[in-house]
Design a protein around this ligand. Structure first.
Ligand SMILES: [Zn+2]
Length: 357
């Protein structure tokens, strides 16, 4: 992880911080003690798209001292309607979201230490998280990653806040290992591909994201400030278009049939990473190299320079165009192939131009 900012120290800083957080400290249940706890806390945000952008913004402004961001994607124009951390220049440059988000967040609160990891979270990359967080925020758009967060969090005893939505409706829940139901208790298996509504088919409204993020941030502040007894013990379901706001309070104890809660088995920590996956709501596919494979971006650039177009080589990203598709290749060999949503075509183009699968 690249470290972008270290907090300053000293009395002057403490006085400034009291002023900065005065309205939050005046709120009795948080107070000075809660604010001090927030300053010491570490939150991992998985995915800084719509939900992750909103929640990261609020947590940094609230004074959470350490924020780690993980995101696999790059900024595009179609993100700007709801992904509040990014601007047109980020989209024009196609910047990795984690890097662009970390830079923007550091400008909101220079006392917050923000670290960025441009990576797809899987059973291997999750091990690169060096310092365990106090809490995890779900900013993902897929159930494979949510089950991974769930099993990682359950195995380490870390609370996390699930949220997801499409169109105008969504739901969110605080998951406290050992105390409440986990994601596997509620949804033992993800629905087969194609059966779930997606933001690709149903769109997504920014105000829904703001609602779900408000829940995530509030529950996060309760837990981190020492007010765990106030955590919402239920699933929030919201439809901002149909005016439905409900906190369902049933089925919230850990299930006796749940592999994670009842038997301490964590299937997602054993799953092989998915090699190719079309990107939600986008004309693109992510391809990962086989486990153990690696690639040197400089050598790849030299090898393909004469057969591709618009080759751009940066320290952490190689881009080029081939057969009407735009490739973004990250260190290690993970690639986003934009311009097709067909996984088979993307895999075949990847084999042809990147060539390590
Ligand atoms: Zn469970």
């Amino acid at each position: 992880m690249a470290e972008l900012h270290r907090p300053e120290r000293g009395l002057l800083r403490e006085v400034q911080q009291l002023d900065r957080y005065a309205k939050q400290i005046s709120f009795g249940p948080i107070g000075l003690q809660g604010q001090a706890r927030l300053a010491e806390a570490r939150v991992l945000i998985v995915g800084v798209g719509a939900l992750g952008s909103h929640s990261a913004t609020s947590l940094v402004r609230a004074g959470v001292g350490h924020i780690d961001l993980v995101d696999r994607d790059i900024v595009e124009l179609g993100n700007l309607q709801r992904q509040v951390l990014f601007d047109e220049e980020d989209a024009k440059q196609g910047r990795p979201k984690a890097d662009a988000a970390a830079e923007r967040l550091a400008s909101f609160n220079s006392s917050c230490q923000v670290r960025a990891m441009v990576e797809d979270l899987d059973r291997w990359s999750i091990r690169e998280i060096q310092t365990l967080p106090d809490l995890i925020i779900d900013g993902t758009d897929n159930f494979a990653t949510r089950y991974l967060i769930n099993d990682f969090a359950q195995s380490k005893g870390i609370p996390w806040i699930y949220a997801g939505g499409v169109g105008a409706s969504g739901r969110a829940m605080a998951i406290l290992p050992g105390e409440s139901a986990c994601l596997r208790c509620l949804l033992p298996q993800a629905a087969p591909a194609g059966e779930l509504a997606s933001c690709e088919t149903d769109g997504i409204l920014e105000p829904l994201i703001a609602q779900l993020s408000a829940f995530q941030v509030t529950e996060c502040l309760k837990i981190l400030s020492g007010n765990r007894d106030k955590v919402a013990r239920g699933i929030l379901t919201v439809d901002v278009w149909e005016n439905e706001y409900e906190l369902k309070l049933r089925g919230l104890s850990p299930s006796a049939d749940c592999p994670a809660c009842a038997r301490q088995e964590y299937p997602a920590l054993k799953d092989e990473p998915i090699r190719s996956m079309s990107l939600c709501g986008r004309d693109g596919v992510q391809i990962k190299p086989p486990a153990g494979a690696s690639i040197d971006l400089g050598r790849l650039a030299a090898r393909i320079a004469s057969i591709v177009e618009n080759l751009e080589e940066g320290p952490h990203l190689l881009r080029f165009t081939a057969e009407q598709c735009r490739f973004h290749v990250f260190p290690g060999g993970r690639a986003l192939v934009m311009g097709t949503s067909e996984e088979a075509r993307a895999r075949s183009l990847y084999d042809r131009y990147v060539g390590i699968s």
